[in-house]
Write a protein that binds this ligand. Sequence first.
Ligand SMILES: Cc1cc2nc3c(=O)[nH]c(=O)nc-3n(C[C@H](O)[C@H](O)[C@H](O)COP(=O)(O)OP(=O)(O)OC[C@H]3O[C@@H](n4cnc5c(N)ncnc54)[C@H](O)[C@@H]3O)c2cc1C
Length: 379
Amino acid sequence: MINYDYILVGGGASGLMMAYRMSKDSFFDNKKILIIDKEKKTANDRTWCFWEKNEGEWDDVLAKTWQKIQFKSEIHSLEGSILPYQYKMIRSEKFYHKIWNQLANKTNITFVEEAVLSIHQEENSARVVTSSATFHSKVVINSIVFSDESKKQTKFPVLQQHFVGFFIKTLEDSFNNESATFMDFKIPQKGNTRFMYILPYSENEALFEYTLFSENLLPISEYETEIENYLREKNITNFTITEKEKGSIPMTCYHFWKNNSENIIHIGTAGGWSKASTGFTFKNTTKKTSKLITHLKENKPLQLFHKIDKFWFYDLLMLDILHEKNYLGSTLFGELFKRTSLHNILKFLDEETSFLEDLKILLKMPPANFIRAIFKRIF
Ligand SMILES: Cc1cc2nc3c(=O)[nH]c(=O)nc-3n(C[C@H](O)[C@H](O)[C@H](O)COP(=O)(O)OP(=O)(O)OC[C@H]3O[C@@H](n4cnc5c(N)ncnc54)[C@H](O)[C@@H]3O)c2cc1C
C-alpha cells in the first residue's frame, strides 16, 4: 500500500497552484505529497486572463497587461480605463514552468504521470486508482471531472462558454495594444449569446476568440469562418495564424461540491470554481487555493470548505435567463455596461461588492426577465 498525506489528482491550473502554495508553506515540509496527472503540463495549452488591482503574485509570468478595455454592443459601446484594476494575460507555459521550478526543490513532493481511473472515499482515508497502481491518502484534492452528473441533472441549467481562438500576426502594425476587447457583440447573434474577444498583445499580434455562452458546441469550421469574416470586415487581410486555441468551460450553478467528503475535496472546474455566469476561473482559483491551504492547516472538515453565497444566486438568475432566452446576452450585457461603471462591473464579477452595491447594479438591469427568473426559482 502506498500512503501519502496529500494527493493532488490532476496537475493543471488548480492542482499545480495548490502544490505551489504547499511548497511555499513550511507547514507542509514534513508532509508526503503526490501529484498525479496523465501528462506533465509544461507547454502552452491555454491563455488565462483575469483582472486584479495593481501588482499581483503572477506578475513575473504575465505575457501582457492592459489598463483599458472595450465593450461593444448595439445598445452601448465604450472604451475606458479600469485602473486601479489591470487586465492581465498569462500564457500557461510560463505558469507551469514557474511552478515546476519551485517544486523541483521539494523532495517531499513527487509526480506520477499516469491516468487516474477513479477515486474512492474509504473509512478514514481516500483511495486513488490509476492505470497501474493504487494510492492512499488522508486528503485527496481532486481537479478531474470524473462524471457527467452536472450535465445530466435538470435542476440547474448548464451552458458552456465555448470558443475557438486564432493568434494572428499582421505584416503591418494593425492593433491598438493598449486596450483589450472584453466583448464585441456587434456580430450576428444567430439566436445565441455570441461575441468576439480580442487580446492585442503587440501592435501586430492579437488573439481573436469567437465565443458563445450557449448550450451546444458548434462545428470547429463555424467558429473559424466567423473569425475570418470578422477579420475581413475589419480589413485585416494580410496576416498569418501563428497558433490556435479552443475551449469549453461549464457555466452552471450545479453543486459540484456536494461530492466533497471526509477525505476528498474537489477543486478547480471540478469543484465548481468556474464562475457560472462568465466561465472565469483563474482568479477564483488563486483566491480559493489560498483559503484551502488555511482550511487544511486548521484541519477543518473538507465538507465545510464550500459556502454558497448571494453571488451564486445572481449567477443562477442570469443562467436561467440565458438558458431560456439565449439570444438575450447582448442586451443584458449591453445594459450592464451602459448603466454601471467598468470599475463596479469588475468588482461585482469578482464577487467583492456589498449588498447595497449589488442592488445598485441589479436594479438597473431590465427588470422583467430578472423578476420572472426570481419568481420561477422561488415558486
Ligand atoms: C483554452 C482555455 C482558455 C481559458 N481561458 C481562461 C481565462 O482566460 N480566464 C479564466 O479565468 N479561465 C480560463 N479558462 C478556464 C480555466 O481557468 C481553465 O480551464 C483552468 O485550466 C481550469 O483549471 P483546473 O485545474 O480546473 O483544470 P485543468 O487545468 O484542466 O487541470 C486538470 C488536469 O487534470 C488532468 N487530467 C484530466 N483527466 C485525467 C485523468 N483521467 N487522469 C489523470 N489526469 C487527468 C489534465 O491533464 C489536467 O492537467 C480557460 C480554459 C481553457 C480550456
